[in-house]
Write a protein that binds this ligand. Structure first.
Ligand code: GLP
Length: 264
């Protein structure tokens, strides 16, 4: 696991965008795994800037998103704030700004009637694309990876999962509250790639920012590998794992600081 500590969120985002852009330039037909949440927003903005400057071409790139809420479907006739699907998030924050082919975009379908069959099909689509070359990841406040909540098997595959109360509360505060949506309308479950699925990606890039994540970062990076902290499974990833932290998120690390690259 390569640990990079950046001064702040802006530097972290720039570094992450540079890694993703490098992948796309090296391999224009690469398969990217994408994440939602507030953390990757700065990275997506950087990638959009690069694209607008003519430095990046996404026309051959394929994407697979980590997860999607169950029970809701993207509705472009609604204002963005009222549409809480991850499909809409990706559309607004990245896809509509770049030249990804719509048929190259994959996101689990939250309204799938048979979530199990849909999940099997999602795994197959990843295989058919040749596997994920680079998977972008965030870290949940309770250590979740994608929507693999604490207790998820480290070998889990894409499936439907019930969301932990902390996840519902965190995501309500960040995304729903401002939209004036009542807490009772929060999705309670999601379809998520499994930890086993994530461990099969060629490379993983996890971004974490802010003091509120410092304790869980320490557990994920320096702690035991345990289903209680799903992100700790990245320690088992057989490929290249890069974790980029800002100084606040890194503030509780102890022994691994010796190994970390301090970029600035
Ligand atoms: C969400 C997503 C995760 C994401 C995490 C962190 O629930 N399912 O993939 O990494 O929460 O979100 P944030 O970046 O907003 O802290």
């Amino acid at each position: 696991m390569e640990l990079i500590i950046e001064k702040n969120y802006a530097y972290m985002s720039r570094k992450a965008a540079k890694i993703i852009a490098g992948e796309v330039k090296r391999n224009p037909g690469c398969v990217l795994g994408l994440a939602t949440g507030s953390t990757p927003l700065g990275t997506y903005r950087q990638l959009i800037k690069e694209y607008e400057k003519g430095m990046l071409d996404f026309s051959q790139v394929q994407t697979f998103n980590l997860d999607e809420y169950c029970g809701i479907a993207m509705d472009l006739s609604k204002p963005y704030q009222q549409d809480q699907t991850y499909a809409r998030f990706m559309h607004e924050e990245l896809f509509k700004h770049i030249n990804l082919a719509p048929e190259h975009i994959h996101i689990p379908r939250g309204l799938a009637e048979d979530a199990e069959q849909h999940s099997i099909g999602y795994e197959q689509a990843i295989k058919d694309a040749g596997g994920i070359d680079l998977q972008l990841l965030g870290l949940g406040g309770n250590g979740h990876l994608a929507f693999n909540e604490p207790g998820s098997s480290l070998a889990s595959r894409t499936r439907r999962i019930s969301l932990a109360q902390k996840t519902i509360d965190d995501n309500y505060e960040k995304f729903y509250k401002n939209a004036g949506i009542g807490k009772e309308h929060m999705p309670q479950s999601a379809i998520t790639m499994g930890i086993g699925t994530i461990l099969e990606t060629q490379k993983a890039l996890m971004l974490v920012s802010g003091k509120s994540k410092a304790a869980i970062v320490k557990e994920a990076v320096e702690g035991c590998i345990t289903a209680r902290v799903p992100a700790s499974a990245l320690q088992l990833h057989p490929g290249r794992v890069t974790v980029i932290l800002d100084q606040e998120a890194a503030s509780q690390l102890t022994w691994s600081l010796d190994l970390a690259k301090q970029s600035n």
